[in-house]
Every structure is written in C-alpha cells, then in structure tokens.
Design a protein around this ligand. Structure first.
Ligand code: HEM
Length: 220
C-alpha cells in the first residue's frame, strides 16, 4: 500500500472516529438528561434515586448503563482518535483547531468522569473523592480555595453532590458537546482542504503556467 494511501486511510479513520466521539457524547448527554428526571442531587438522595431508577423505573437500569458505558467509552475512543490523527500526519495550521479541540475534549471527558465519582454517593465514590480532594488541597496557595469551591466548604455533603452535579451536567457536558462538534468540523474542513490542494496539483496546466515553464526552459 503506498504511503499516500496509508496516510489517506489514517485520515479517513480519524474522521470516522471523530464521528463516533460526537455520537457517544450526544448519547451520554441525552441519557444524562433522562437520568436527571429522577436523579436527586443530594447526599443520600442521589443513592436512593439511582437505586429507584434501576429497580422501579421501566428501562431505568438500561439508560443508566448506557450513560455509564457511553461516558467511559468516549474517553477511550477520543484517545485512540488522537493517536490515529498523529499517525495521519496532519500537522498544518488549519489543524491546530482539530488538535486543540481534541486534546481539550479528552481533558473535559476525564473531568466528566471525575465529577461523576460522587454522584451515586457510594462508599467507593465518597472515599475516592475524599482522597483526591486531599491532594487538591495540597496545591500551594489555591488548594484550599479550590477544595472549598468543589465541596461547598467543610465535609463532603449535599452541597458537594449538588456542585459536582452542576459541574457535570451543565458546564462540562455543554463544553464537551461543543468541542466534539468543533473537532469533527475541523477534520472535515481539513479533508476538504487536502482534497482541493490535490485537485489543484493535478489540474491541467494554465496558459500562464505553460508560458512560465517555457521561459524557464529557454533560460535554462
Ligand atoms: C457529555 C456528556 C456526559 C458525559 C461524557 C458523562 C459521563 C458520565 C460518567 C463517565 C459517569 C460515571 C459513570 C460510572 O459510574 O462509571 C456519569 C454519571 C452520571 N452522569 Fe453523566 N455524563 C454526561 C452528561 C450528563 C448529563 C447532561 C447529566 C444530567 C443532566 C448527567 C448525569 C449523570 C448522573 C446522574 C450520573 C451518575 C449515574 C451513576 O452513578 O450511574 N451526565 N456521567
């Protein structure tokens, strides 16, 4: 397979993966909104409302599982997509948008997973967050303030769940959806750019290019 064909198929693969990233993000966002119809963002209430959703609401377990799978899978697919982009040798200015949106998207998707840690108010989530907030608090100067913003100050409680839920379902979700659209759009734009360049380079020589070629040849 010629190098050009390999590069082309890598580029096409990364565009297809970007479509999958957008699809998974929209699935996570839509199932998240459905979960929010029953989800109670309070300490204790979150655990009970999720259990109610899984055991009482028809297909509640299905939407919760789809949300969890889509929310975790999107990180894996976005990472693979970035690697394929790298091997697709797409290092151009117009690519900056694709690169930056891809890298920031992965950070936001990880942030969505992180903020979701406490949303089911489970033992695991509670102690994991407590340990990680301890690490955040050790950040010089800003640590304590950052911890208080995330928790609402003091111990982990209803305010913590409410703040993490707000970060998760409003701020980070909206940014994730926008970034996944920008990312795909910049890849498609890039494909168009490459295609038009290829067409230009194979186009029939114009009168101008012919006369330049001739004068160059006569000067040679
Ligand atoms: C781009 C969009 C989103 C992504 C990528 C995402 C991702 C995630 C992830 C990774 C989890 C943890 C799943 C686990 O326990 O393994 C989660 C949980 C959760 N998310 Fe989202 N989420 C998104 C949008 C939303 C929205 C818009 C809402 C609500 C309006 C929402 C509500 C929830 C709730 C209630 C949980 C806890 C469910 C559980 O523990 O199973 N999410 N989300």
């Amino acid at each position: 397979m010629k190098a050009q064909e390999i590069t082309f198929s890598l580029r096409r693969t990364s565009t297809i993966l970007a479509v999958s990233v957008l699809t998974l993000t929209l699935v996570a966002a839509l199932t998240g909104i459905l979960l929010a119809f029953y989800y109670e963002p309070t300490a204790g209430g979150s655990y009970n409302s999720l259990r109610f959703m899984t055991t009482v609401i028809p297909n509640g377990w299905l939407f919760r599982s789809i949300h969890d799978i889509a929310g975790n899978l999107v990180i894996v697919v976005a990472l693979i997509q970035l690697v394929v982009m790298f091997f697709g040798e797409r290092f151009r200015r117009s690519w900056l948008t694709a690169w930056i949106s891809g890298i920031v998207f992965i950070t936001i998707a990880m942030g969505l997973g992180w903020t979701a840690m406490i949303l089911d108010w489970s033992q695991v989530g509670f102690w994991r967050l407590k340990i990680e907030l301890g690490i955040i608090e050790s950040i010089p100067f800003a640590g304590t303030a950052l911890r208080d913003i995330l928790t609402g100050g003091g111990a982990l409680n209803t305010l913590t769940v409410a703040r993490m839920f707000t970060l998760h379902s409003y701020i980070l979700s909206i940014v994730a959806v926008i970034l996944s659209i920008v990312h795909l759009a910049s890849l498609v734009w890039q494909e168009r750019e490459v295609k038009s360049e290829a067409l230009d380079s194979t186009a029939a020589p114009t009168a101008d290019s012919l006369s330049t070629a001739l004068s160059d040849a006569s000067n040679a």
